[in-house]
Structure formats: structure tokens, C-alpha cells
Design a protein around this ligand. Structure first.
Ligand code: PGA
Length: 241
């Protein structure tokens, strides 16, 4: 694991953007794994800036997002489809056909999970996966559990996740209780992983990810076994290391 501790959110975002942009410059048809939440917003802003300055093009890039809420349509403002369009895709030259996000409205969720997994396999896996981390150590929506789920699957969201994510909704009752998430095997098969974390709220999860035992109870801890992980965090997130 490569651990980079930086001054603040801005520096974290810029470092991550340099890594993603370098990946795409070196391999224009890269397969990117993308995350949502507050953490990667700065990274996406910076990628938009680099695109506008014509330093990078996403024309040939394919992307796979980590997760999506069950039951939210693409145009629902809380959906991760909507988030990705608003915060990244509509500002860069991504080909919309190359964007993949699990469909939370699929009639048959089991089939949707299989379809998503197959599509990642057909693309020959992910070159660079961007991750945030939950306060409970989740990556994607792989919540603490007694075992690691390998492939894309339906998840019952943790109470802690529902509470933390309720800040995006009018009330906690509106937060979906289930989601579709890429599995741990898929994340672990990514050639490179960049995990971003900022703020004191992530300090415990980060300390356990880097120094704790590898356990499905702290899903991010499995990254200790990945051969190319870079964790970029601010000083607050690093304060319990
Ligand atoms: P956040 O979420 O970026 O909004 O903190 C991260 C996560 O839950 O993975």
C-alpha cells in the first residue's frame, strides 16, 4: 500500500486527478471504476478542469460505477446516475454509451447484477478504480459482514450508512435501504486502486484499513492484499495511524 498524507481536501483531489489523468493519457481507452459521495467531488472538478485545458480527453474511456440505490430512477436527484452526470459526465467528452452504472430500477435485480458483472468482464476488468470509504469501512456498498461478497450483488444498507447518507435526503425515511454494489472480487481485480479519505470521521476506518486485521467486518481491510493501492488522505483522516 502506498500511503500519501496531504495537507487538505484540495491537495488530495489534485493528486488523485493527476493519477487518473495520467492513466488516461497513457492509455486513452482506459476502463475507470468510479465512486460517488462527497469525497470524489474535488477529483471530478479537477478532471473537468484538465479536460477544459485540453490536457486530457475521455473520448475512448469506459467507466463502471461502484453502486446505485435500489428503486431510484436515473433522473432522481439522489441517484448515483444523476450525481455522475451532474458532477462529471456532462462536463467532459465521455461517450455516454461507455458509461456503466448498475440499474437500480431493473425489473430483475439478480439478472441486472449478472449483466453488470459480465459487462465488466467483457471490458477485461478495470484499469483504475477510485474508492471512497465509509465511516464503517465499506467500499462501494460492501458493508461490514461475516463474509466478503465477490460479485455485483444486492445489499441491505447498514444503519450507519443510511444515517450518514441521510444528509443528502429530506428525511432519513427517504434513504433507500438497499442498493446494488460491485463486489469485492471485482474491486480486487482492478489493476490499480486509489482510495481517498478526508476528515476526522474517516480516521478510525482508515487506521483499521491500513493497520488492522483483514476482515469482512471492515471491508476496506482486504485492500492490504491488493498489489497496487494508493491511499490519499488529509491529515485529519490520517490522525489515528
Ligand atoms: P463520502 O462517502 O465520500 O460521502 O464520505 C464515502 C463512502 O461512503 O464510500
Amino acid at each position: 500500500m502506498r500511503v500519501l498524507v496531504v495537507e487538505n481536501y484540495d491537495e488530495m483531489s489534485k493528486k488523485a486527478a493527476s493519477m487518473v489523468a495520467s492513466q488516461v493519457i497513457l492509455k486513452p481507452d482506459s476502463i475507470l471504476g468510479l465512486a460517488t459521495g462527497d469525497t470524489p467531488l474535488g477529483l471530478y472538478k479537477e478532471l473537468i478542469r484538465l479536460y477544459r485545458e485540453q490536457l486530457v480527453s475521455f473520448k475512448e474511456v469506459k467507466s463502471f460505477n461502484l453502486d446505485e440505490y435500489l428503486g431510484l430512477s436515473k433522473d432522481n436527484e439522489q441517484s448515483y446516475h444523476y450525481y455522475m452526470m451532474e458532477n462529471l459526465f456532462k462536463h467532459i467528452d465521455m461517450n455516454l454509451e461507455n458509461i456503466n452504472i448498475p440499474d437500480g430500477m431493473a425489473e430483475n435485480i439478480e439478472e441486472e447484477c449478472i449483466r453488470y458483472e459480465k459487462k465488466i468482464a467483457e471490458a477485461c476488468g478495470i484499469d483504475m478504480q477510485v474508492l471512497g470509504i465509509g465511516t464503517n469501512g465499506h467500499i462501494g456498498f460492501n458493508e461490514p459482514d461475516i463474509k466478503f461478497e465477490a460479485e455485483t450483488h444486492l445489499v441491505n444498507l447498514d444503519e450507519e450508512t443510511i444515517e450518514v447518507n441521510s444528509r443528502f435526503f429530506q428525511s432519513i425515511g427517504e434513504v433507500p435501504t438497499q442498493a446494488l454494489s460491485m463486489g469485492i472480487k471485482t474491486i480486487m481485480h482492478s489493476k490499480k486502486v486509489i482510495l481517498l479519505a478526508y476528515g476526522i470521521g474517516k480516521a478510525d476506518a482508515i487506521a483499521k484499513t491500513i493497520r488492522g486485521k483483514i476482515t469482512p467486518d471492515l471491508p476496506a481491510s482486504i485492500l492490504q492484499l491488493h498489489r497496487d493501492v494508493t491511499i490519499i488522505m488529509d491529515k485529519a483522516a490520517a490522525s489515528k495511524l
